[in-house]
Design a binder for this molecule. Structure first.
Ligand code: GLY
Ligand code: MN
Ligand code: MN
Length: 497
């Protein structure tokens, strides 16, 4: 795709000498050479497409409440939350943009270069608190040619919301983000910024912020998301529903995967994710045979063989950026062998024990410990490690085969709320509205000479997404069967259909 920009060299028309925005310079580098006639022609003949009376986005009332909660935590401080910028993939192509979760959570907007600023009201102002402004790139200027000559011009990247439209959609006053670095440079008083998303904004705040205070800010933003609100729970439910359909899609094409590779499985699930959601929430793990013992197998370039197990760990991310994280381990031929079933059923039993421990008031660690105990009991019973079980657990010897923790918080990040303090998360207590995965597994590496040969190369994980409720939990991914015989019956039905 040749672009207007790459064919051109220098700016010659003084009428176009308006200084390009920083984002344009970054993207573009040069301004194309055009005739005066063409420049004049391109300025006119465009209809007014401004949209009026737009309804607010579905989560506008939730984002307003979240901003109010954040405001209450940092009285008198200016809070800066960038969406992030496009990242170059190679030369002049970028990675698909995904807004920073803190920004999307507080605004409902997902536009690159956006920045939310919460400015403290003057001391003594009624109600205290902050005034929010959403800084965005406005519609492209047609007078100076920006809309068709700049790499970020709407002719190239598509129509943006005008600032007035964005105000209606997100319920936040909007302003031109190109003015923000200057505003921030001149600002006085304490400031905090979410780091690592926007170098321009951070540079403008360079002498006003400290790493320690910004880390505290990030921690608060992470902990705010531990308990999901009604909108988020609906999104996570939707993510799981799409994910269930994606798993069904995969089972239906297992014969084609056998004729090609694990990639066919990855691609099949991806189609569902892109059509119903925004993307996959993380790199799909389509691990057949011994690849199932590699926890983050995302190369997905191996064969899918009859008789092997397929460990599929995949999640659809919704358009509002909430992801599922589900694993099923399926017999490629539709029936488990005796040994596969033995390992599978042990993992199932461990997951049942883990699920039973997810309830309000339980310690976060409880479900992990419950699942580890069951797995260890089986490992001892099979003679793979010498008991008693208490000793194995105390020394952690089972971990050679259980490998990972039994779950994590889930939300806009697959490993959500990762900046939360230990006491709020891993050493904390479960509360209604928390959403987490329960995902025990057993993995016997193909070169593990400490187990009998027949175990080697078997990897099993079962992973579900669970919402803590007032009196226990709800399994959001329960529509996918988990018991070995139910998995076989479900596969048979899909393969026959
Ligand atoms: N899919 C990554 C995980 O299960 O944590
Ligand atoms: Mn997980
Ligand atoms: Mn997973």
């Amino acid at each position: 795709m040749a672009t207007e920009q790459t064919e051109q060299t220098e700016q010659t028309d003084p009428e176009q000498a308006d200084k390009p925005s920083e984002s344009e310079e970054r993207k573009n580098g040069v301004t194309p050479q055009v005739s005066d006639e063409l420049a004049a022609n391109m300025k006119q003949g465009w209809a007014d497409t401004e949209r009026r009376d737009l309804a607010p986005v579905a989560q506008a009332e939730h984002t307003a409440r979240r901003r109010a909660a954040l405001s209450a935590r940092f009285p008198g401080e200016r809070l800066v939350i960038p969406a992030g910028r496009l990242k170059t993939r190679s030369n002049d192509t970028d990675y698909p943009f995904r807004a920073a979760v803190e920004y999307a959570y507080l605004t409902g907007n997902q536009t690159e270069d956006g920045v939310l600023v919460l400015e403290p009201r003057p001391a003594g102002a009624e109600g205290g608190g902050h005034d929010a402004t959403l800084y965005l790139l406005p519609r492209s200027n047609r007078e100076n040619g920006e809309f068709w000559l700049s790499g970020q011009g709407e002719l190239w990247v598509g129509r943006r919301d005008s600032l007035a439209e964005a105000e209606q959609l997100y319920g936040i006053p909007c302003a031109d983000v190109r003015e923000l670095p200057d505003i921030l440079r001149k600002a006085t008083g304490p400031v905090r910024v979410v780091r690592s998303h926007d170098a321009t904004i951070e540079a403008a705040l360079n002498d006003k912020v400290t790493a320690e205070r910004d880390e505290e800010f990030r921690t608060v933003l992470s902990e705010m998301r531990l308990v999901k609100d009604e909108f988020e729970i609906a999104e996570l439910t939707r993510a799981c529903e799409s994910t269930v359909r994606g798993f069904e899609d995969v089972v239906r094409v297992l014969d084609r995967a056998q004729a090609t590779s694990e990639r066919y499985i990855e691609g099949t699930f991806f189609l569902r994710a892109r059509v119903e959601g925004n993307d996959v929430g993380y790199g799909t793990i389509a691990a057949a045979g011994p690849h199932a013992t590699t926890l983050h197998w995302v190369r997905n370039d191996g064969p899918v063989r009859p008789g092997d197990l397929l460990l599929l760990d995949a999640g659809v991310e919704t358009t509002e950026l909430y992801t599922a994280d589900v694993t099923r381990t399926l017999p490629v031929s539709g029936r488990f062998t005796d040994l596969q079933r033995r390992v599978y059923d042990a993992v199932y039993e461990a997951q049942e024990a883990g699920l039973a421990a997810v309830k309000p008031g339980a310690k976060y660690r409880d479900f992990h410990e419950a699942a580890q105990r069951v797995l260890t009991e089986h490992l001892v019973a099979w003679g793979l490690v010498e008991g008693p079980v208490e000793r194995v657990l105390e020394l952690g010897l089972q971990r050679r085969w259980t490998l990972h923790g039994t779950g994590h918080m889930l939300g806009m990040d697959v490993h959500d709320c990762a900046a939360a303090r230990r006491e709020a998360y891993v050493e904390g207590t479960l509360e209604p509205g928390m959403c987490l995965t329960v995902e025990p597994g057993l993995y016997f590496q193909p070169d593990d000479t400490t187990v009998p040969e027949e175990y080697r190369g078997i990897g099993v994980r079962i992973e579900d997404d669970v919402l803590v409720t007032a009196d226990g939990n709800v399994n959001l991914s329960a529509a996918l069967p988990r018991r070995s015989e139910d998995v076989e019956a479900w596969m048979a039905e899909l393969l026959a259909g």
